[in-house]
Design a protein around this ligand. Structure first.
Ligand code: SF4
Length: 456
């Protein structure tokens, strides 16, 4: 059991000797998540060939768009503890260790170098530890029957999940009402020009190619907002195309498959769309509130505030728990670091009481967004935030193990917050990844969620 003094926010990681406990590795992850990193030229070798490069399928977080030319990495794998170094299986899936987002910042104290063949992470010129890029899946270069490379249709999210963005469009940008941290449309123009809308059959075919390699266990559908319900309908068409191809090896008794709909919250007269997601077979519904305080929500997300509204957004999430249950299948995301911690935590608590899990990645001020070149809070601010957020989920009665067994995406596999929760629950990454990739060894999912029908 981790000593509660370990959760002090004062300590920073400056030398390899500072990496003593699992909590120290979370500290380091938190620092890298906030500061970004630099990649030495020699360390870029092999990216896009042997190692997975940035695809920028949704947003681009690197400091520069690089005209789409400079190859970069989207993920790095890092040991989770002194006794848990990184390992992959023959299919390139992680077996031990944690996966961090690897976006670049020119002033970051962190530098990735290749030294004697090993990828190393330095801070202020001092070696900290060995890390790894993710192996590059072959399916990315394979083409669908109409000749589109899969990497333009789907992308890898860490080691376990895939993502598809039906179109890198959001109508809030039209009148300058986009969320102020968002660069989705600009990212699409730079990195995926020429592909306007991905056809459901193309996406389903790309997924079947990827899953044949057995790289991944599920897919998230996400993207910008559309007027009315047209965005939701795009998702439903894709889910149906996936179902027709019978990519449902993990189908559960409730008919759901590991598809995660990250959509805008429907307005009160359009809530039936949530029922349709469920009926089509999606297992997860996520509507990103982004900001916890209602006034900050209006200021930072004016499009969402005008089209749906703060309370309607929460109401839609609450309605979704009636359809998808209160075990972690209804989720939201808050961008951590824009508003005060107190209002963000108040919202997290309120959502948790309703059976909704909200995760909160550190805000990465991005090129092309209205908040480009702003600064995010210090790593210590996030360390304290995730300590409190993970406590909220533990005290609300959600089960970490049941969420893994349910194959919940964008949680334990890549999210810092969920790894705070994992460490507090005493689960090692080896068991976490087994739970994702080898369902035979995971807790019985039928028992997990149902046993927690009313977790708060
Ligand atoms: S709804 Fe907000 S976060 Fe989502 S794509 Fe549109 S502007 Fe970006």
């Amino acid at each position: 059991m981790i000593d509660s003094r370990e959760w002090s926010i004062e300590k920073e990681i400056n030398h390899p000797e500072d990496l003593v406990s699992e909590v120290d590795y979370l500290r380091l992850w938190t620092e890298v998540a906030v500061e970004g990193l630099r990649i030495a030229d020699e360390a870029r070798k092999g990216l896009g060939v042997d190692y997975l490069e940035s695809i920028n399928a949704v947003y681009a977080f690197d400091s520069d768009f690089q005209g789409g030319n400079e190859i970069s990495a989207e993920w790095i794998a890092m040991p989770a503890a002194p006794y848990e170094s990184v390992s992959f299986d023959k299919k390139g899936r992680i077996q031990t260790g944690v996966i961090l987002e690897a976006y670049t910042r020119p002033r970051s104290p962190f530098l990735l170098r290749r030294v004697d063949g090993k990828l190393t992470l330095e801070k202020n010129g001092i070696y900290l530890l060995d890390v790894e890029f993710l192996p590059r899946p072959k399916y990315l270069d394979k083409k669908t029957s109409d000749g589109i490379a899969c990497k333009h249709l789907i992308a890898q999210v860490g080691s376990a999940w895939l993502v598809n963005v039906p179109s890198q469009y959001c109508y809030y940008f039209k009148d300058g009402d986009e969320c102020k941290f968002c660069n989705l449309v600009e990212t699409g123009k730079v990195y995926h020009p020429g592909i306007k809308v991905k056809k459901p059959e193309q996406v389903a075919e790309a997924l079947s190619i990827a899953m044949e390699e057995n790289q991944s266990i599920g897919v998230s559908l996400c993207g910008g907002s559309f007027p009315g319900t047209s965005g939701h309908e795009q998702y439903i068409a894709i889910i149906r195309a996936i179902q027709e191809r019978k990519l449902n090896g993990d189908a559960r008794s409730d008919g759901s498959v590991p598809i995660d709909c990250i959509a805008g919250a429907p307005r009160p007269d359009e809530l039936y769309k949530i029922d349709e997601f469920k009926k089509s077979g999606a297992r997860f519904f996520q509507a990103n509130l982004e900001i916890g305080d209602p006034k900050w929500f209006e200021a930072v997300c004016p499009g969402k505030a005008k089209a749906v509204g703060y309370e309607n957004w929460i109401h839609a999430l609450e309605y979704a728990t009636e359809i998808f249950g209160k075990t972690g299948r209804v989720r939201s995301h808050l961008v951590a670091g824009i508003e005060p911690a107190r209002t963000l935590l108040d919202a997290v608590r309120r959502l948790a009481e309703k059976g909704i899990i909200a995760w909160a990645n550190p805000w990465k001020p991005s090129n092309g967004s209205q908040l480009e070149n702003h600064r995010t809070p210090l790593p210590l601010w996030f360390f304290k935030l995730y300590d409190r957020m993970s406590d909220i989920y533990i005290h609300a009665g959600f089960s970490y193990e049941a969420n893994i067994a349910d194959l919940a995406p964008r949680n334990a596999d890549i999210s810092l917050l969920f790894n705070f929760w994992r460490v507090k629950t005493g689960i090692r990454t080896t068991d976490m990844w087994k739970g994702y990739f080898n369902q035979g060894s995971a807790p019985n999912p039928a028992q997990g969620p149902q046993a927690l029908e009313n977790p708060v």
